[in-house]
Write a protein that binds this ligand. Structure first.
Ligand code: UTP
Length: 297
């Protein structure tokens, strides 16, 4: 291993989640359930599988359900123990985090992803760190972050998860301007947040997994508001191009945009069908639905 190990991860969860109103009026988006686990659990599991030891949540008002979720639940646990439901106790184990492993930092106002990440600066210090957006759920044999951490051990610099998108979709993402395409890894010569339609430098879009150098935090100190009046993480990473390296990583896996209703529904179908205990019944139901739809056309 040539580069410093990544052991800290930031989970920005302070957004308003307006695309899921009215649900998100009182439920944090990250607590919404995909089959039977909240979105945040998928992100935490991915980070754990990648060797992350310190979990930093950037939260906001109304997100206390998130804090409770990762705490012990003595009454529930004792009730399950008494009724001999050991398999449920086992399931709950994944939700318990060691004392001190999670830190919660507040973002007072939703000023954008870059600002949310910057809120964690004192806990990151002078170390490389990962950022995971829990509304991007990635189904992969080897966790996406683990793939990236292994690649980063060789490259160092800054690394963003990247995937090909249709040209008309590029304006919804941060997009890489490619200097050198090495296949799985590309070196970027530019990065632009939500380029206006038809102006994207490529169709390689950045999604919600990052490994960043501490210098990005320093860049965030002086970044002004960017696209949409928000402080953009993309701008702080792009500033590293030319000084340090910025790489895009074409991960192996399927990403679901659970920040959007359509993406959440697609993920629900995919994860439901992937579950051995649901596959048969749910699959049969979907087949019937498709047949009904076709017959109605
Ligand atoms: P989104 O762009 O999905 O925004 O943020 P949002 O507020 O969550 O949802 P919509 O668009 O209103 O429906 C991407 C990630 O960045 C976090 C969000 O919590 C989400 O995980 N974020 C965004 C912050 O933590 N703070 C912000 O100011 C903005």
């Amino acid at each position: 291993m040539k580069h410093k190990k990544v052991t800290k991860a930031v989970f920005p969860v302070a957004g308003l989640g307006t695309r899921f109103l009215p649900a998100t009026k009182s439920i944090p988006k990250e607590i919404m359930t995909l089959v039977d686990r909240p979105l945040i659990q998928y992100a935490i599991d991915e980070a754990r599988a990648a060797g992350i030891k310190e979990f930093i949540f950037v939260t906001s008002r109304g997100k206390s359900a998130l804090e409770d979720y990762f705490d012990v639940a003595p009454e529930l646990e004792s009730a399950l123990r008494k009724s001999g439901k050991d398999h449920l106790l086992e399931i709950l184990k994944d939700t318990n985090m060691d004392s001190g492993a999670i830190a919660y930092i507040r973002q007072n106002r939703p000023q954008g992803l870059g600002h949310a990440v910057w809120c964690a600066r004192r806990l990151i210090g002078d170390e490389p760190f990962a950022v995971l957006l829990p509304d991007d759920v990635i189904a992969a044999e080897k966790s996406c972050l683990q793939q990236m951490i292994e690649a980063y051990a060789e490259t160092g610099g800054n690394m963003v998860a990247a995937m090909e998108v249709a040209p008309e979709k590029a304006s919804s993402y941060g997009v890489l301007d490619i200097a050198n395409d090495m296949g799985t890894i590309v070196e970027a010569k530019g990065m632009v947040e939500k380029p206006p339609l038809g102006t994207a430098p490529s169709n390689l879009a950045v999604i919600g997994r990052y490994i960043l150098s501490p210098q990005v935090m320093i860049n965030l100190n002086k970044i002004k508001q960017g696209v949409g009046g928000e402080i953009q993480l993309t701008d702080a990473i792009a500033e590293e191009i030319g000084k340090g390296k910025v790489y895009g990583y074409r991960f192996r896996g399927q990403r679901y945009d659970c920040g959007s209703k359509a993406g959440f529904l697609q993920a629900t179908v995919a994860f439901g069908l992937a579950r051995p205990d649901l596959r048969e019944e749910f699959g049969a139901y979907l087949n019937d639905m498709v047949a009904l739809q076709k017959a109605a056309q």
